[in-house]
Design a protein around this ligand. Structure first.
Ligand SMILES: *Cc1c(COP(=O)(O)O)cnc(C)c1O
Length: 458
């Protein structure tokens, strides 16, 4: 870069002109926006030349790690051949056809049909529109209500935010009629009086109660993430999902698995619904589908719904200019080659075991650590004011933010959800890097504990 570029005040320009997603701009620009300039493997580089261990894989997406030349090549080759063509006008392109066929083969059960969009939010929006269209076509237009969960995250279009359970989003214009929510299967936070198996069934039965209240004839679908990611990596007990599936089937309600985070190996199997032993009617995919190298999402649709949409609905009035964008699809195909060739799902399972073992060894003696949990390479560390009673800190989110800042100071990216630290590193993370991540996490959590010790029991 030229001297002129270096002298440019990037932070000031960012503050003056850039509106960030999910940010409080005043507090954002009181500090210094960190500018990321490069990436390699699990490492980021910032404009100060510091190397940062990215234990969030970007935003849960960079499964294959940064700096994968073959994804760059796939993108460049497709751009040269055909940078764009749409799939509206009785036309298709080879990358989108190849990807649809490949996803159909990979996806569990009869999820044999793919509809493409650019983001997880759009995939969720599409799935919900499809669910309602399915019931309208079948002569049951009253079946409109979508049931989600508190702390659920289904993206930030208005439909996705309404289906999700984030109250702050609802308050800012995203509460819609015909959406309802049930409790999350959050054992640490809500179920401490029961054993996990019992609590899993209890949390699932909240769906049965909600159906009884609203009437199955008015309900289109239940949507849930196999593991709730943005809501704090809430991992349901093994009893939860089979019970949810039973209730959906008995009441003729479509089951939508939002696999935007869980999909493509994160949980140690290719898809989260395989980890939890369920067969959804639809599945939304995004994030790791391209390892974040290009924007892409998909809705996988099971035969039962697809046959109605294909044979009876007529035109489905929905789609995006970039549905099936050929460059994104080419990147996805190359990325799936990596995921399969390097067996990243099995690697996530094995690395996840190592990571949890090292976290326990490093953190169990810190009274601020209430629980360490994880499946594959997604996990969480609960911070608590009193480990025995699980008492949370006053003013939810404050201590989590303190800890996140200490992570930052230790060149480690972990995210705070309320007072829970969450992580989802690239699936290619190696053992030495796991040790490095754990050492940095210990320094950050110890510093946090020193800062808030006065508020803690003992
Ligand atoms: C990130 C996420 C979304 C939204 O995806 P975007 O690409 O940000 O629109 C939807 N569902 C889940 C489970 C997610 O984690």
């Amino acid at each position: 870069m030229s001297d002129q570029t270096i002298a440019f005040d990037w932070q000031a320009a960012d503050a003056a002109h850039h509106l960030h997603p999910f940010s409080d701009h005043k507090s954002l620009h009181e500090g210094r926006v960190r500018i990321i300039t490069g990436g390699d493997g699990v490492w980021l580089t910032d404009d100060q030349g510091r190397r940062v261990l990215d234990a969030m894989a970007g935003l849960w997406c960079v499964a294959a790690g940064y700096g994968r030349e073959e994804l760059v090549e796939a993108s460049a080759a497709q751009m040269r051949a055909l940078p764009f063509y749409n799939t509206f006008f009785k036309t298709s392109t080879r990358p989108v056809i190849a990807l649809a066929e490949r996803l159909a083969a990979m996806a569990p059960g009869d999820l044999n049909h793919a509809f493409f969009a650019c983001s997880g939010s759009e995939a969720v929006d599409t799935a919900l529109r499809m669910a309602r269209t399915y019931w309208i076509t079948r002569g049951k237009p009253a079946k409109r209500i979508v049931i989600g969960r508190e702390y659920g995250y289904h993206g930030s279009t208005t439909l996705g935010a309404a289906a999700g359970g984030m109250k702050d989003m609802h308050r800012q214009g995203a509460a819609l009629p015909d959406f309802a929510h049930i409790m999350p299967p959050y054992w640490y936070g809500r179920g401490s009086q029961m054993d996990p198996a019992e609590f899993g069934v209890h949390a699932a039965r909240a769906l049965e109660a909600k159906i009884a209240e609203l009437g199955a004839d008015n309900i289109a679908a239940f949507i849930g993430e196999p593991i709730q990611g943005a809501g704090g990596v809430i991992i349901p007990p093994a009893t939860y999902w089979p019970e949810i599936q039973r209730i959906c089937r008995e009441n003729d309600i479509l089951l939508i698995a939002d696999e935007v985070i869980c999909g493509f190996g994160r949980t140690g199997r290719m898809f989260g619904c395989e980890t939890f032993g369920i067969q959804p009617d639809m599945m939304t995919l995004a994030k790791a589908i391209t390892s974040g190298y290009a924007p892409l999402s998909a809705v996988m649709v099971g035969d039962r719904v697809a046959e109605v949409l294909i044979n009876e609905t007529g035109e489905f009035y929905h789609g995006f200019t970039y549905s099936g964008h050929p460059v994104s699809c080419a990147v996805a195909l190359a990325n799936l080659d990596i995921i399969e060739r390097e067996d990243l799902a099995a690697r996530a399972a094995a690395s996840g075991e190592i990571l949890r073992e090292r976290l326990h060894a490093a953190l169990d003696d810190l009274p601020i650590v209430g629980e360490i949990r994880g499946v594959g390479l997604i996990g969480a560390i609960e911070l608590t004011a009193d480990r025995r009673t699980r008492r949370p800190f006053e003013k939810t989110g404050r201590v989590g933010t303190i800890c996140r800042d200490h992570c930052f100071a230790n060149d480690l990216v972990m995210r705070a959800v309320r007072d829970t630290m969450v992580f989802a590193p690239p699936l290619i993370i190696g053992e030495a890097e796991i040790d490095d991540m754990v050492a940095r996490a210990r320094r950050a959590i110890t510093a946090t504990m020193d800062e808030v010790r006065g508020e803690m029991a003992v």
